[in-house]
Design a protein around this ligand. Structure first.
Ligand code: STX
Length: 434
């Protein structure tokens, strides 16, 4: 994380509580809460899928006004079983399992409605969640929009982006035999699912290095190092490849077609102009489908939430949505928030902001970042996608039901105070950011 980011984001904080949610199928999902326990609830949806959360993800939110919830999606971060393990089984890891996990967590934390914040894959998951559970969402803050349509996946994993990064592309295809290169997602799947580490580790490292190298406008060696560490790389590559081979279990274009279900929800879309991983065409398509959502094209950024222009726009959005939250008050009325919100000038090019400016509220007033501490180097990505629960998934998956059953028998979805050990663990997490 660069120094500039310390001037943009809130100071590093530690969680006041954390736990594991038993979600069924043997999976436990790590979650944590930080900020103000009586504040405005927000859930952070990380990228990849398979990227996990990082401590700096707490810093997009005013800790005095927000009750900040982070979770590591199935199979990554501190959730178990970890997808890097030999026995990892991804059959119970799909978009619709994750949507159900987020909803189960909301209920278990006793939160009625929350803001959903997600970039990249996190934006896809946020859209999917909001479209499935629109009444649970107060606002959406979306970055680096990704909807997993065929041409988005072909752009990044089947050769399109080689036009921009030909040198790095050579490294990406190096583990794949020439005769297999016309179907790279499938060729990678064969290697990533091979139980032999001599086969799956180099493939995962090449996959994650390709991704890491594309996320920032200027090279970020720390980010590349973090994302190519073998355990993190294997989880990220296996989970991403699994999701992308299945098109995220979406109908083609489902997340854009589903916008009607959520267009009444106040939303902000932030997109980097030179995003190679999730190029601006998708954010533009979302903007066209959803003109009421505020749209910002950041002129000097690529993909990562840790890029200064993107981080600034994201913080401006969360500050604005919290501007009317009285300090030390409990959950505010969502309508009040959206009507009192005041857009603040952003460095990006504003291509169609629709929020109503109202005089008198200074969203910056209570949000002074403190310079000085570099939490953890990382880049970020999260995205969310939303749509109807998959009919295909519904019958045999039903994660909610299993979760209830399992938590009833194991009784371990109870909230637990954060002990010293947990605090230390939380402070030392270095998984791929976003
Ligand atoms: N994947 C885009 C995405 O969500 C296609 C993403 N890429 N890298 C990340 O997220 C992390 C930085 C979170 C690992």
């Amino acid at each position: 994380m660069n120094e500039q980011l310390d001037d943009i984001l809130y100071p590093p904080i530690e969680p006041y509580e954390s736990g594991e949610l038993i979600v069924g199928d043997g999976n436990r999902v790590y979650w944590e809460q930080s900020g103000n326990p009586d504040g405005k609830p927000v859930v952070f949806l990380h990228g990849g899928p398979g990227g996990g959360t990082a401590p700096y993800h707490r810093r997009f939110f005013d800790p005095e006004r927000y009750r900040i919830v982070l979770l590591d999606q199935r199979g990554c971060g501190r959730s178990t079983p970890h997808a890097s393990e030999p026995e990892a089984d991804l059959r119970h890891n799909t978009t619709w399992h994750l949507v159900a996990d987020v909803e189960l967590l909301r209920k278990n934390l006793g939160i009625e409605r929350w803001q959903v914040f997600g970039g990249s894959w996190g934006s896809a998951l946020a859209l999917a969640y909001a479209q499935a559970h629109p009444d649970a969402v107060t606002e959406l803050v979306l970055r680096g929009i990704f909807t997993l349509r065929r041409h988005e996946l072909e752009w990044f994993y089947e050769g399109g982006a080689s036009a921009m990064l030909p040198d790095l592309w050579e490294d990406f295809i190096a583990p794949i035999a020439v005769l297999e290169r016309s179907r790279l997602l499938e060729a990678y799947h064969r290697r990533l699912s091979d139980p032999d580490p001599a086969v799956h580790v180099p493939a995962a490292v090449a996959w994650s290095q390709w991704e890491a190298s594309s996320l920032t406008l200027l090279p970020d060696p720390d980010l590349v190092d973090t994302m190519t560490e073998p355990r993190a790389a294997v989880a990220l590559a296996r989970i991403e490849n699994h999701y992308f081979l299945h098109g995220g279990w979406f109908e083609e274009g489902q997340l854009l077609a589903g916008v009607d279900a959520i267009r009444h929800i106040p939303a902000v879309i932030v997109q980097g102009r030179y995003d190679i991983c999730t190029p601006p065409m998708t954010a533009w398509d979302l903007h066209r489908a959803w003109p009421e959502a505020e749209f910002t094209m950041v002129p000097d950024a690529s993909h990562a939430a840790s890029e200064p222009g993107i981080a600034r726009a994201l913080r401006a959005a969360t500050d604005r949505f919290a501007a009317s939250v009285p300090l030390a008050a409990s959950e505010p009325d969502a309508d009040e928030i959206s009507s009192a919100a005041e857009p603040e000038p952003e460095p990006g090019v504003d291509l169609g902001a629709s929020a109503e400016p109202e005089p008198g509220v200074d969203p910056e007033a209570s949000a002074e970042p403190e310079p000085g501490v570099d939490p953890e180097a990382s880049a970020e990505a999260d995205a969310s996608a939303g749509a109807d629960p998959d009919p295909e998934a519904g019958a045999d998956i039903d994660p909610g039901a299993e979760a209830t059953q399992e938590s009833a028998t194991e009784d371990s979805n109870a909230k637990t105070p954060v002990g010293d050990a947990t605090r230390r663990a939380a402070a030392s997490v270095t998984g791929a950011s976003s």
